[in-house]
Write a protein that binds this ligand. Sequence first.
Ligand code: GLY
Ligand code: MN
Ligand code: MN
Length: 435
Amino acid sequence: MNKEFEKRRRLLTKLIGKDGIAVIPTSDTRVRSRDTDYPYRPGSDFYYFTGFSEPNAVMILAPGREDGAFVLCLRQKNPLTEIWDGHMEGLNGVKKNFGADQSFKIEDLETTLSSLFMGRQKVFFTLGQDEVLDKVLMKSFNSVRAGQRRGGVVPSEIQALEPLIHEMRLIKSKHEIALMRKSANISVDAHKRVFKNCKPGVFEYQIEADIIHEFGKNGSVPAYTSIVASGENACTLHYISNREEMKAGQLLLTDAGSEYEMYAADITRTIPVSGTYSKEQKEIYELVLEVQKTAIENVKPGQTFEGLQSGAIKGLTQGLKKLGLLKGQIDQLIKSEAYKDFYMHGIGHWLGMDVHDVGSYMDEKGKSKKFQPGMVLTIEPGIYISKKNRNVPLEYRGIGIRIEDDVLVTKRGCEVLTKALPKEIDEIESIMAIN
Ligand code: GLY
Ligand code: MN
Ligand code: MN
């Protein structure tokens, strides 16, 4: 695994050039309440290049140094801290186990940066993420520049690093794809557990507990707070309170994905609480499923999110018109965005270490970015009919349906990483009939 991180650092070295220097901090610990922290998760960018998951660390990449390019500033080993919080790699550990060429105490970050900035032309660093670090970096930057009178090259600019890193992260390596496959499989199993345990009288939080159980049993954590939304709760796009009891006749929309070894999955299924879909639920479900399957069929190199979204808008508008929920000319309904009463989000997003993963959605010309092999994305159309929508028959009101899968772009088309999870109506109804 060290080799994979090394390869990424080599690529970044090329991108910043031999006169550049890159500074990448990890994320902070966060207090939950008083002296209790949230579980720690390293910063994705930092981890992507280091594989190191202790807090309070900064990676510096300074190409062409005699002492080596890969420098880590981190916490010193502290036996007392280790008694409470466990093993710390310390300054020697990161050289031995993580391939760092040199390591320094995090307390010495400012002086370390100052000495490493000497002789460099450009500092690659994303300002505005951490006030304390911004101040430290600017102090080093300014002190080195103030010393320019003594001669030598000093950096003249700070350039945002994120765009470079995020374009790298957009294309997944074989190793990353393997981890994403695993995360997808764990999430598929969690949703299968939902199919099994979904019944009238069960509370949404109990379904959430099932999901967390399946994730935890497989060494993963939720990549985001699961949305377990019964009935009209499904029309609240980011419903996460998950407090209500499920009732016969309702649908249950579950949007849940695991994070395995730092890689996310993101799946949504919408199933009938009492095992069978009503006529109206079935009509809406079939429409969303049709549009989702068409979008997936169209995922291939050269395709774009914009292309998929306009296809989905057309399909959904046509379908809603056929059902009598929208009235008028298709072109006019699309132009006036009438579909937004029912479908008000995008068709999908990049997926990777973050659930809404990094990487630009636009190319250099400001056009929707073309898909390439190795990109992973979600396809997730939905229809959400507000309880308050008086323009539709009563039977349709409060129905919220989304179907979401994770898709890897391949050379010739795509592979659905989450295809093992049923989504056809007859499949779902027959699984639930056994409950
Ligand atoms: N789970 C968040 C999303 O589907 O984008
Ligand atoms: Mn999603
Ligand atoms: Mn989702």
